[in-house]
Design a protein around this ligand. Structure first.
Ligand SMILES: C[S@@+](CC[C@H](N)C(=O)[O-])C[C@H]1O[C@@H](n2cnc3c(N)ncnc32)[C@H](O)[C@@H]1O
Length: 192
């Protein structure tokens, strides 16, 4: 049976959810506003590993003119929440999206597959990536182990940065700006 079946979503999106629709609305609103401030107000958005689809739903409700596409590798999530079935470690879209969201996904594939996933996220992204993935330090010190799936790959920030920085400049707070895109950050607007 798949790891990402009904029980998985009951456990992590039930009463003690890792995050809820209201929290994602705040985050999505902030990310959309930052993109707008940078001059790249999203006209298209890809939600990778969309799970319950909170990001997708926020965009559909608040910005119905934005072209939104949500994917997940879970058969259950696709049937229940209405995504296309894609595995980001093996798939990239034919043309890139202005904004790509990958929230709580990259900790699941192993090292080789996560490396491929990062390259695919870069191919999918024209301007801005919102990425959340806990690192070893986060699992040891920051996350709430009661509401977080701990049975995942624990990797260092250095491991992720080495792969992400080939394609993106880290702006902070989960935002990564695509190299070669239209966003130009001042020196102190980026982490290095
Ligand atoms: C912790 S949930 C995150 C869901 C959603 N992004 C959120 O933040 O609420 C992880 C999701 O990633 C999906 N996933 C894991 N590996 C994936 C892969 N290689 N490609 C696409 N989706 C994947 C799972 O099926 C699951 O729905």
């Amino acid at each position: 049976m798949s790891r990402f079946g009904a029980e998985y979503y009951r456990r992590f999106y039930g009463r003690d959810a890792v995050h809820n629709r209201r929290q994602i609305a705040s985050l999505a609103s902030a990310v959309h506003s930052m993109c707008t401030w940078w001059g790249v107000a999203p006209r298209s958005m890809l939600d990778v590993g969309a799970g319950p689809g909170y990001w997708r739903d926020w965009y559909r409700n608040e910005h119905p003119r934005v072209r939104v596409f949500s994917v997940d590798m879970s058969e259950h999530a696709c049937a229940r929440f209405g995504h296309e079935r894609r595995d980001i470690t093996e798939w990239r879209p034919a043309r890139p999206f202005d904004l790509v969201v990958c929230h709580g996904v990259l900790q699941y594939p192993d090292d080789a597959a996560a490396t491929r996933a990062i390259d695919n996220l870069a191919a999918a992204c024209a301007e801005v990536l919102y990425l959340e993935v806990p690192t070893t330090h986060d699992y040891d010190h920051t996350v709430d182990a009661a509401s977080t799936d701990m049975d995942v790959h624990h990797r260092s920030a250095r491991w992720y940065r080495a792969r992400l920085e080939k394609h993106f400049v880290q702006a902070g707070a989960g935002l990564w700006v695509r190299r070669g895109g239209r966003v130009l950050l001042y020196e102190l607007e980026r982490t290095r």
